[in-house]
Ligand binder design. Structure first.
Ligand SMILES: *[C@@H]1O[C@H](CO)[C@@H](O)[C@H](O)[C@H]1NC(C)=O
Ligand SMILES: *[C@@H]1O[C@H](CO)[C@@H](O)[C@H](O)[C@H]1NC(C)=O
Ligand SMILES: *[C@@H]1O[C@H](CO)[C@@H](O)[C@H](O)[C@H]1NC(C)=O
Length: 316
């Protein structure tokens, strides 16, 4: 009974196996023989040697199949392992893909924020430009307003008046409407030697003397006045014989203290006193305590050889 059951099983199994696999029996033949032999040995008693010849090939075949089954099972296990590994790898791939997607998204976000910051800096630059334009406009208006509020000797008689120019508090100046027409501002007057003109840098910067007599207006004020509006310069000379001469320059402007109050512009000369000042264009101002290069003759600091002179400036 046991044998027949086995045979049925064999037929059933072999049908499947032969349809799906090619077997190489030679490699396992010794193993198979060995197993077959032990099975036969086990069943020898039951067979009484009688069934041996019939059963032996079948048994051998059975054992073959059992070995194959085992191999298939092993292969199935291996396959399962492979499948598991594949599944693992697939999962890893999925994780990588997800990571790549995240990176892509990050790159996109980065691009976007770059764009945004680019846009922002563009906007900021535009605003900066606008602001600087506005500032320029404000400065322009301030200057215009300052000039508007600025006063001069125009429309004034020959007397002392307070005038206002941008950059400094109102101050007093002598106005002159007799020497060269109306509305001139006197910046220096020498007539009797009552005031010492050999002064230091500070005195020349601030101005000194008596506005009704001999005086110098001061280089800071002269700079600011000539900066605020276009001025012409008129030098009036009167020698000991009361002979009068003049020199006139149509655009007079001096720099600030950082520029050593140098004559930055004189314009064109006219007159009969000689065009001495042209040699002093771009000259820096010097005093006994501050020698910057050559002296500015417009202010004759020591002697007063010609007798007397008045220097006036007027708004053009
Ligand atoms: C066959 O079986 C014997 C013991 O039963 C063992 O010593 C021998 O190594 C086996 N040979 C093979 C090829 O399995
Ligand atoms: C960034 O700007 C460029 C052009 O200015 C555009 O082509 C790109 O699509 C923008 N990127 C994002 C993320 O908005
Ligand atoms: C400049 O001279 C005045 C007097 O005229 C004097 O009071 C002042 O201290 C002097 N300043 C310098 C820096 O020498």
């Amino acid at each position: 009974m046991k044998i027949f059951a086995t045979i049925l099983l064999i037929i059933f199994n072999s049908g499947i196996i032969h349809s799906s696999n090619e077997f190489d029996f030679t490699t396992e033949s010794s193993q198979v023989k060995n197993i077959t032999y032990s099975i036969i040995k086990d069943n020898e008693e039951k067979c009484y040697g009688y069934c041996f010849n019939i059963v032996q090939p079948v048994l051998e075949h059975t054992v073959h199949i059992q070995v194959k089954d085992k191999q298939i099972q092993e292969q199935a296990i291996t396959l399962k392992e492979y499948e598991k590994q594949i599944a693992d790898l697939k999962m890893k791939v999925a994780i990588f893909e997800e990571a790549i997607k995240n990176k892509d998204q990050q790159i996109l976000l980065c691009d976007k924020s770059k764009n945004e910051s680019l846009e922002k800096s563009t906007i900021i630059a535009a605003k900066d430009e606008l602001l600087s334009n506005l500032n320029e406009k404000i400065m322009e208006y301030k200057i215009k307003l300052g000039n508007c509020l600025a006063t001069s000797c125009i429309n004034k008689l020959t007397d002392i008046y307070e005038i206002k120019v941008p950059g400094i508090d109102a101050f007093s100046v002598p106005c002159d409407s007799r020497l060269a027409g109306a509305g001139w501002t006197v910046i220096q007057r020498r007539m009797d030697g009552s005031v010492d003109f050999n002064r230091n840098w500070t005195d020349y910067r601030e101005g000194f003397g008596d506005l009704r007599g001999e005086f110098f207006i001061g280089l800071d004020k002269l700079h600011l006045i000539t900066k605020s509006q276009t001025h012409e310069l008129y030098i009036y000379l009167k020698d000991f014989n009361d002979k009068e001469r003049y020199a006139r320059y149509d655009h007079f402007y001096i720099g600030n203290e950082d520029e050593f109050y140098k004559i930055k512009s004189i314009g064109s000369y006219s007159g009969d006193a000689g065009d001495d000042l042209k040699n002093h264009k771009d000259s820096k101002f010097s005093t006994s305590d501050r020698d910057n290069d050559d002296d500015l003759d417009i202010v004759d600091k020591a002697s007063n050889p010609v007798g007397g002179f008045t220097i006036v400036i007027g708004v053009i």
